[in-house]
Design a protein around this ligand. Structure first.
Ligand code: PEP
Ligand code: MG
Length: 331
């Protein structure tokens, strides 16, 4: 078993019909780096930058942030790293936010409150510092910059304005940064973003579908609440239809699309997602070999058939049963 997974590391993530899929790893803390290098992942598809702010005595400044990003980028040795600017809402990390003097923690419905890009546009200093640190570190290798929780074109444009301004400021000061600036893209994790993905992709240079939050917001079921765990289902056709919309939009606007929610770690789900039009996935490093194995076992026709059936299904249970049957028949 172990040997087989080791052998997989060197094999391409290619469907039996020939199409190649990109498999990358999520990084939540730097300690995961060796595992990522071991996994055969083609880069980091989602670097969640929250860890930077968790243990710090205060908010790390530009130099301190750059000193964290740079070795991570160097360690990937030319494989791309997608860095997401910090995604906070008052429900997560309320202690950190309090320390930073942000928010009063008094939101009635924090998941629907000031979170992700909303918070960063209200506290621009935080966004500016993070952009500057990332742009400087991007001299060490290929980087992309990702905005969380976008729900409107206004947010995309406002963030891009800050991004461009920080780029100009650094250049004016003689600081080395890439030219052109690294691609600036968005998470598709609100139903609004999925529905408007074609419009957003005019400005966003890439799309990263976040099915963890997309599921929560599409189904109005808290991803962390046990009492609605039975309603929270990324295989619900409502979620899959939104995923397909985002994938289609990326294809039409010629923008790369990836998917980085937990379902990307599930070998059962990935062929279906390929059928929906997604060609790039980012997952927990430990899942890369098995997902690759699942990819190599199917052809594009199988994937499209699964997608077609899933989109017409009545609910998530029906999709799940279909995937189990497919997995069995391919074994
Ligand atoms: C997601 O929402 O699917 C996602 C990848 O972001 P996070 O899990 O960090 O909210
Ligand atoms: Mg998310």
């Amino acid at each position: 078993e172990r040997q087989m997974l080791g052998r997989l590391r060197r094999l391409p993530a290619r469907l039996s019909s020939g199409e190649v899929v990109t498999l990358q790893a999520n990084l939540e803390i730097p300690a995961e780096l060796p595992m990522i290098a071991q996994s055969g992942a083609a880069g980091i598809g989602l670097l969640r930058s929250e860890f930077l702010f968790m243990n710090a005595a205060g908010v790390p400044d530009e130099d301190q942030q750059e000193a964290v990003y740079r070795p991570l980028i160097e360690a990937m040795a030319g494989d791309p790293v997608t860095i997401r600017v910090v995604d906070w809402g008052s429900e997560k990390n309320s202690d950190v936010l309090a320390r930073m003097g942000i928010g009063d923690g008094g939101e009635v419905n924090p998941a629907l409150g000031i979170r992700g890009i909303r918070l960063l546009l209200q506290h621009r200093g935080l966004l500016e510092t993070q952009f500057a640190a990332i742009l400087r570190a991007a001299m060490a290798g290929p980087v992309r910059v990702l905005l969380p929780m976008v729900s409107s074109m206004g947010e995309m444009r406002a963030a891009r304005e800050v991004y461009a301004r920080i780029g100009r400021r650094l250049r004016r000061r003689g600081v080395d940064i890439p030219d052109p600036l690294p691609p600036l893209g968005i998470m598709i994790e609100t139903p609004a973003a999925a529905l408007m993905a074609d419009v957003l992709a005019q400005d966003a240079e890439f799309l990263a579908i976040g099915t963890n939050d997309l599921t929560m917001y599409a189904l109005a079921a808290d991803r962390a609440a046990r009492d609605v765990a039975g309603l929270y289902d990324p295989l619900h056709p409502a979620v899959l239809r939104l995923v397909r919309m985002a994938a289609d939009a990326g294809l039409r606007q010629r923008r790369p699309v990836s998917l980085c929610g937990e379902m990307a770690s599930d070998p059962r789900c990935v062929p279906l997602l390929v059928g929906l039009g997604v060609r790039s996935f980012s997952m927990h490093a430990s899942a890369v070999p098995r997902v690759k194995q699942a990819i190599r076992a199917v052809g594009m026709d199988d994937c499209r058939r699964m997608a077609h059936r899933a989109l017409e299904a009545a609910d998530g249970q029906e999709v799940s049963a279909m995937l189990t049957a497919c997995a069995d028949s391919l074994r």
